[in-house]
Design a protein around this ligand. Structure first.
Ligand SMILES: Cc1cc2nc3c(=O)[nH]c(=O)nc-3n(C[C@H](O)[C@H](O)[C@H](O)COP(=O)(O)OP(=O)(O)OC[C@H]3O[C@@H](n4cnc5c(N)ncnc54)[C@H](O)[C@@H]3O)c2cc1C
Length: 329
């Protein structure tokens, strides 16, 4: 195997009628354009990829794109942590449509707290000035994070990041595709990173590609994109569905999305009382259990039983496997 590091991919090489991709054009840093033959070109250039332009240069229509902008801004700051100063190792105040802002503090190596404040919607962005950052923390429904930041020593200035738009490219719907070319991972679908799904999806897509290759090269792109679409369906519905709970987020709200969001909202209430429900939700959200697991009889019963009640106002202190405390509001 040869690895050509420090090269920019410029485009595709194809046979005379453009029906088969036969290689790639690359530009080594400070060098001259090179052409490399390939049995299969895999566009793994991530969220900002140029695969659509490369296909257009060969005369192919681009795939339809589904887009949802989560409209979420994070502002993060590190603080010095004194071990033992709190009885929790992580604090999470999640945003919701009623309270579209939140905050997270996680104990990190080097005796640090990694603190992130976030807001959903353009008028909810946390400020980047230190005083405004602290004041914003004071708006959270739970007092612990504000109390922590009031006494902890900051280790740098607050830094802002706006979450990128989630984009799903529907390659599986294209009727005309060249042989010898596929796209994977974020080049096919880039999620709202808040849900931490991208790398798992990339790994599962790699397994789909392995299985497709084992069945031969015939119609590989069509078979691969069909398989990848099945991998993407669930995490996309979960991530986009969760974003569409917020009225400020623009995107299509199907009846299915509304039903799932209503059910998951009730499930979160049930999870505050029943650890088994919380564990099942995390298992599905982390793509370890298929979504029907949320509708297992024991889970549905607890969701219905807890559904009419509100989340308890007291913080829930949960212990993880290492006995660390996680404080969830
Ligand atoms: C803030 C943030 C937090 C995230 N947190 C999580 C998380 O907790 N868990 C999780 O699973 N996922 C997370 N993700 C998503 C995860 O990072 C991506 O899903 C994953 O990295 C996608 O892998 P990829 O190989 O498709 O793209 P990338 O990792 O983006 O890699 C693409 C590479 O291609 C290179 N490239 C682009 N164009 C060219 C070109 N023309 N020529 C040569 N090279 C090129 C880029 O420089 C880059 O190195 C997060 C994403 C973000 C933005």
């Amino acid at each position: 195997m040869e690895i050509h590091d420090g090269c920019e991919a410029l485009g595709l090489l194809a046979d005379a009628d453009g029906g088969t991709v036969t290689g790639a054009r690359i530009l080594p840093r400070g060098g001259e354009e090179q052409h490399h033959d390939a049995d299969l070109v895999v566009d793994a250039t991530g969220r900002g990829n140029r695969g659509l332009t490369w296909l257009a240069e060969l005369g192919y229509q681009p795939p339809v794109e589904d887009r949802v902008d989560p409209g979420t801004v994070y502002v993060s700051r590190d603080y010095r942590r004194t071990p033992g100063e709190t009885d929790f190792a992580a604090f999470i105040s999640s945003p919701s449509p009623d309270v579209p802002y939140g905050g997270v503090a996680i104990a990190a190596e080097g005796d640090r707290w990694m603190v992130t404040l976030l807001g959903v919607g353009s008028d909810q962005a946390p400020p980047v000035d230190p005083d405004g950052f602290l004041t914003f923390a004071g708006r959270l429904p739970a007092p612990e994070l504000h109390a922590l930041l009031s006494r902890a020593e900051p280790l740098g200035p607050p830094k802002r990041m706006r979450l990128p738009t989630s984009v799903r490219r529907r390659y599986e719907h294209l009727t005309r595709l060249p042989e010898g070319f596929i796209a994977v991972a974020d080049a096919v679908c880039s999620f709202n990173p808040a849900y931490g799904q991208g790398m798992t999806v990339a790994a599962v897509e790699a397994m789909v590609l392995r299985d497709c290759l084992r069945r031969g090269r015939r119609e590989l792109p069509r078979r691969f994109f069909a398989g990848a679409a099945k991998v993407v369906d669930v995490p996309w519905d979960m991530a986009v569905g969760a974003d569409l709970r917020y009225p400020t987020v623009v995107g299509p709200r199907s009846r299915r999305t509304r039903f799932l969001n209503g059910y998951v909202a009730r499930l979160h209430v049930a999870a505050a009382r029943h650890a088994v429900v919380g564990r099942r939700f995390l298992s599905v959200a982390n793509l370890m259990t298929p979504p029907p697991g949320l509708f297992a009889p024991g889970i549905v019963a607890r969701v219905l039983w807890s559904g009419g009640r509100t989340v308890p106002t007291a913080a829930h202190r949960k212990s993880d496997a290492a006995g660390e405390k996680l404080l969830v509001r």
